[in-house]
Design a protein around this ligand. Structure first.
Ligand SMILES: *[C@@H]1O[C@H](CO)[C@@H](O)[C@H](O)[C@H]1NC(C)=O
Ligand SMILES: *[C@@H]1O[C@H](CO)[C@@H](O)[C@H](O)[C@H]1NC(C)=O
Ligand SMILES: *[C@@H]1O[C@H](CO)[C@@H](O)[C@H](O)[C@H]1NC(C)=O
Ligand SMILES: *[C@@H]1O[C@H](CO)[C@@H](O)[C@H](O)[C@H]1NC(C)=O
Ligand SMILES: *[C@@H]1O[C@H](CO)[C@@H](O)[C@H](O)[C@H]1NC(C)=O
Ligand SMILES: *[C@@H]1O[C@H](CO)[C@@H](O)[C@H](O)[C@H]1NC(C)=O
Ligand SMILES: *[C@@H]1O[C@H](CO)[C@@H](O)[C@H](O)[C@H]1NC(C)=O
Ligand SMILES: *[C@@H]1O[C@H](CO)[C@@H](O)[C@H](O)[C@H]1NC(C)=O
Length: 643
């Protein structure tokens, strides 16, 4: 078809217009795209929720450049450009693990803006601009920005200062030149945090007024600051002497930034004794029992899995020197540690205590050496969502992702009579070393069974006698207005569990008023006998040459040991709580051999100065009940409950 001149002119101008439009698009398209992208109020119904009107929406676009500026003013562009190669951007709650050679420094930058609720268009602009500086870095962050973009438009444009927590753990240190080199421990890493815009690469040798240097303590560091702008910090490894350490093995650490709490936290050594998290309950020659303080659980939640872990280290073993406060360090180097394959020497479980129904976690650790000193270190990873939900707050009021508590002292006993038992059905709180015998009772479960059966037999006979008193009668017709049969049962059980399941200390333990020698005429496991001067003096006395409960000597045959005597008030409580017709009585304190060989008076100034249910190792003021003599309005006939 032939076009008329008018038509062809129209066509030509149409083509020209199109070309012009395409040229226009080509030149200015980004702004269009940007404008449509960033418009946060696309439809009317959303607008209803906005406190400001559409006109305002154009304003931020113009203001964006200046509002972006302050955030970056910290970085001199040229420095930013130069530093880009070795400064790693770290996000919140994103632990980074890295090797570092002695004598070098790794630098990090944390941008609070990356997690703040900043306007979506704002982060788009900064991303655009930064991409021209470094094209790769921002892509990784886009996802994060996008998720925040949703509700961000109402946030104030300026960052309000935030508390930022920086923490790190040393996971490994340079190897010693030889295992015998134990005189020098590897030096600690140092965290440097820039406090000035002038100092873009904090580290050793920089002006100390422009940075803060915090040396790690036992492989851990915690630092917090309040800031609205980016934080530049670095981890620096000291040079190590080639006389002591391999020059080819680097340090390894994990560093993290958080806006909530320290990702890595530890308990200061100076921490109040009240905040102790872990307690040493008792040991025998090759194992030990530890327990945590009561777990603070959310009232409506039942903890399903034991949340804590424990690390145990012989004090002579230097493998954790310098990393005692580091979760990852202990996980790698502690001598006895929870292993992923579950093949460790630690068994753990949760238990509700009898008295106040609090939940504790217990650890039984086997495979230890006799007569040795150990350190036990409790730790928790609150990172897992189950634990975060179930544990209200970790023990000791500590807040953190990975928390390492103070080390506690543990000692094992010499090879002798004492064996740790637990899980007795009748006496769930009797969890300590009892008189045992490696030859006749090598199996600790079987030994526990022996004591359990004995207690059951005793309790059954008691129960038969108690049934002869009118327990069901109205209180006015009972044996006492103040006490009833349940009080009597409880008092009897508490007394029985300490008397029939004696707490054992090795015969070599230094004498104390609350320790009493038993079974001294029998040989030790190695065949030797008790010192003759002792047997000459006490060998004829029943309180010394036998056990309190003869079945122990007949069945278990433990050899000489020392009994940690039950607290006297357990006996008084029994006498007060049960019907007089049952005939219970306690020895008076100045009877020649009745009292001192049977009970101990609690010493307020000392922990564990006598044995009571649950005494194990937690000094608890509640259970050290003071019973004054004046308050005991009962006549005591010596001897019956002694021995
Ligand atoms: C951008 O940053 C990455 C990682 O920090 C770095 O490897 C890369 O060389 C940088 N690119 C430019 C162009 O600076
Ligand atoms: C933050 O640091 C200050 C000073 O170093 C310190 O006193 C404070 O306890 C720290 N806060 C936390 C939550 O660790
Ligand atoms: C026990 O002692 C031996 C020899 O001293 C030592 O090699 C080993 O590591 C010790 N074991 C424990 C668990 O302490
Ligand atoms: C903490 O949790 C995050 C996400 O659930 C996970 O990626 C990280 O490995 C965990 N860290 C530790 C030490 O368990
Ligand atoms: C003690 O008994 C409890 C409950 O029966 C059990 O779960 C736990 O494994 C026992 N402890 C040990 C160390 O055997
Ligand atoms: C110890 O004794 C218990 C029961 O008495 C038994 O189930 C267990 O297998 C024994 N353990 C060993 C190592 O013999
Ligand atoms: C035998 O054992 C006892 C008690 O544990 C100890 O005092 C004594 O030194 C030991 N004797 C030998 C020869 O090992
Ligand atoms: C009993 O022990 C107490 C405290 O150790 C002591 O003062 C008292 O003399 C002892 N009595 C007898 C009869 O040994």
């Amino acid at each position: 078809m032939q076009l008329s001149p008018l038509q062809s002119r129209l066509a030509a101008s149409l083509v020209a217009s199109c070309l012009l439009f395409i040229l226009y698009l080509f030149l200015f398209a980004p702004q269009f795209a940007s404008a449509t992208d960033v418009n946060p109020i696309p439809t009317g119904h959303i607008l209803d929720d906005y406190p400001y009107d559409v006109e305002d929406d154009t304003e931020p676009l113009d203001l964006r450049a200046p509002s972006y500026e302050p955030e970056f003013s910290l970085f001199d562009r040229s420095i930013m450009g130069r530093a880009a190669n070795n400064v790693v951007t770290i996000g919140a709650e994103e632990p980074r693990s890295s090797n570092i050679d002695p004598g070098t420094t790794n630098s990090y930058v944390f941008e609070p803006s990356s997690v703040s609720g900043r306007p979506a268009q704002d982060s788009n602009t900064s991303r655009e601009l930064r991409r021209s500086l470094n094209g790769t870095e921002e892509d990784a962050k886009r996802k994060e920005d996008d998720t925040l973009a949703l509700d961000s438009d109402l946030q104030p444009r300026q960052h309000s200062p935030k508390r930022v927590y920086i923490s790190a753990n040393t996971c490994s240190q340079p190897d010693r030149v030889s295992p015998d080199q134990t005189s020098v421990d590897p030096p600690q890493l140092t965290l440097f945090v820039s406090t000035s815009k002038e100092n873009m690469s904090p580290g050793p040798g920089k002006d100390p007024t422009t940075q803060k240097a915090i040396v790690f303590k036992e492989g851990a560091v915690m630092y917090n600051t309040s800031t609205g702008s980016d934080i530049v910090f670095s981890i620096s490894a000291p040079s190590v002497s080639k006389n002591y350490f391999s020059q080819s093995s680097p340090y390894n650490y994990e560093v993290a930034v958080s806006l909530e709490r320290h990702y890595h936290a530890y308990q200061e050594d100076t921490e109040n004794e009240k905040n102790r998290a872990l307690y040493w309950v008792d040991s025998d020659a090759d194992s030990t029992l530890l327990k945590t303080k009561s777990l603070a659980t959310k009232s409506d939640e039942v903890i399903s899995d034991p949340p804590y872990v424990v690390f145990v280290q012989n004090t002579n073993n230097p493998s954790i020197n310098g990393i005692r406060k580091s979760y990852c360090g202990l996980k790698r180097y502690a001598q006895i540690r929870p292993l992923d394959d579950g093949n460790g020497r630690i068994s753990t479980g949760l238990r509700k205590t009898e008295d106040n129904n609090s939940t504790i976690q217990e650890f039984f650790i086997g495979g230890l050496n006799a007569s040795s000193d150990y350190k036990g270190i409790l730790a928790i990873n609150t990172n897992s969502s189950i634990q975060k939900r179930e544990i209200g707050s970790p023990i000791g009021g500590l807040d953190g992702g990975l928390i390492v508590y103070n080390a506690i002292k543990i000692q094992t006993k010499p090879i002798g009579a004492c064996t740790v038992v637990f899980n007795l059905t009748m006496c769930p709180e009797s969890r300590y070393a009892v008189p045992g015998n490696q030859t006749s009772y090598p199996n600790r479960t079987a030994l526990a069974g022996f004591y359990d059966d004995y207690v059951k037999t005793m309790y059954e006979s008691f129960d038969k006698v108690l049934q002869q008193t009118p327990c069901q009668a109205p209180s006015t017709q009972q044996y006492s207005l103040a006490r009833n049969c349940n009080d009597c049962k409880k008092a009897y059980k508490d007394w029985l569990c300490t008397v029939a399941v004696p707490k054992c200390d090795d015969f070599s333990t230094v004498d104390e008023p609350f320790l009493h020698m038993r079974n001294i005429n029998k040989p030790f496991p190695n065949g030797t006998l008790v010192d003759k001067s002792i047997t000459d003096k006490y060998g004829q006395k029943k309180a010394y040459n036998s056990s309190r409960n003869l079945a122990i000597d007949e069945e278990v045959q433990p050899g000489p040991y020392k009994e940690r005597l039950p607290c006297d008030y357990l006996c008084y409580e029994l006498v007060r709580s049960c019907p007089a017709s049952m005939g219970f009585s306690c020895p008076v304190p100045d009877s020649k051999y009745g009292f001192n060989t049977s009970y101990a008076v609690p010493d307020r100034n000392r922990d564990f100065s006598c044995n009571y249910p649950g005494s194990a190792a937690i000094p608890s003021s509640a259970s050290i009940m003071t019973v004054t003599w004046a308050s005991i309005a009962i006549v005591m006939i010596g001897g019956l409950l002694a021995l």
